[in-house]
Design a protein around this ligand. Structure first.
Ligand code: 13P
Ligand code: SF4
Length: 305
């Protein structure tokens, strides 16, 4: 059954001159099918450079929108029209304009997990992989508004030693990973290194050995001598981690780190998306041009190795 779907996807992919991009949180079979898997930054760079005519984005809406903003001449499709990111929807462009009015001298840095409209209102965009570098690239005396993730914001503030004006957004998946989940996993695996995503709550981050974006986790485990890792992020991450370190054991921190939106993409939906070119993601041109500026600044600032 799967083999038939996979063959059909491959045929249609060639016919549509399509590339399939998948985020590290996607279901294993989608990651295995994709031409490129990665974190938000890696996927944005890939989307800006590909010469394919169609981009099938296996992820959530803001990721597909980012691809469209950077590659307006390509057809960008999201296999499930409802695959969104609740955190991205926690601030509207109107709310951000209100914040800018309150702090007129401030620069706005927005997390890539935001709508195109919010990106259009921002000066800089960043992902969890380059957020610290983006903020550090701004003058020390520059006041900065950071939206929408308060937890990533607190991580950046701590790393850069700067006061940021934060918005109370959060990832509903990452905040479900609790301190007790990490403590329990550590009790059973005392030798394990704890990897956590900066979107986690502050108590979880305090327990972690390292705080990394999903792409940085892959780089980290490649060279780490450890044999066991406790993973405090979305469970889909375990699949690519195992691929780069088949000899190591990866233990999820609890069972609740599941992003229901990332799991909406299925092989059947990818096939339907290529058959019918659905669901096309578009961005109004005036918004796209403004959002592109903040994204281009982001793509230029790479994380330090
Ligand atoms: P990364 O940028 O680390 O891939 O994270 C994206 C995301 O949605 C985290 O929840
Ligand atoms: Fe959004 Fe959280 Fe899902 Fe990432 S894991 S896409 S931040 S809801």
């Amino acid at each position: 059954m799967n083999q038939r779907i996979l063959n059909e996807i491959r045929e249609l992919k060639a016919k549509r001159k399509a590339v399939i991009l998948a985020h590290n949180y996607q279901p294993a079979e989608i990651q295995d099918l994709a031409d490129f898997c990665g974190d938000s930054l890696g996927l944005s760079i890939k989307a800006s450079k590909t010469d394919a005519e169609t981009i099938v984005f296996c992820g959530v809406r803001f990721m597909a929108e980012t691809a469209k903003i950077l590659s307006p001449d390509k057809t960008v499709i999201l296999p499930d029209r409802w695959a969104g990111c609740p955190m991205a929807d926690m601030i509207t462009a109107e709310q951000l304009r209100g914040l800018k009015q309150k702090y007129p001298g401030a620069s706005v840095v927005c997390y890539v997990n935001s709508t195109a409209q919010v990106k259009a209102e921002s000066d800089y965009c960043c992902t969890s992989a380059n957020a610290v570098e983006v903020v550090n690239s701004l003058p020390r005396d520059q006041q900065i508004i950071f939206v929408p993730d308060q937890h990533l914001g607190k991580f950046i503030a701590e790393k850069t030693g700067r006061d940021l004006i934060l918005w109370p957004g959060y990832c509903p998946t990452h905040i479900l990973i609790s301190e007790d989940d990490v403590k329990r996993a550590r009790h059973v695996h005392p030798e394990a290194v704890v990897l956590a995503h900066p979107e986690c709550s502050e108590p979880v981050k305090l327990l972690a050995d390292v705080l990394l974006s999903t792409g940085q986790m892959l780089t980290f485990v490649k060279t780490s001598p450890a044999k066991q890792f406790i993973v405090a992020t979305e469970v889909g991450m375990i699949h690519p981690l195992k691929k780069v370190r088949p000899d190591a054991e990866f233990i999820p921190a609890g069972t609740r780190g599941v992003c229901p939106n990332m799991k909406k993409i299925t092989l059947e939906k990818v096939l339907a998306s290529l058959t019918n070119l659905q669901y096309e993601v578009t961005v109004p041109e005036d918004i796209r041009l403004k959002a592109k500026k903040s994204l281009e600044r982001m793509v230029e600032i790479l994380p330090e190795k």
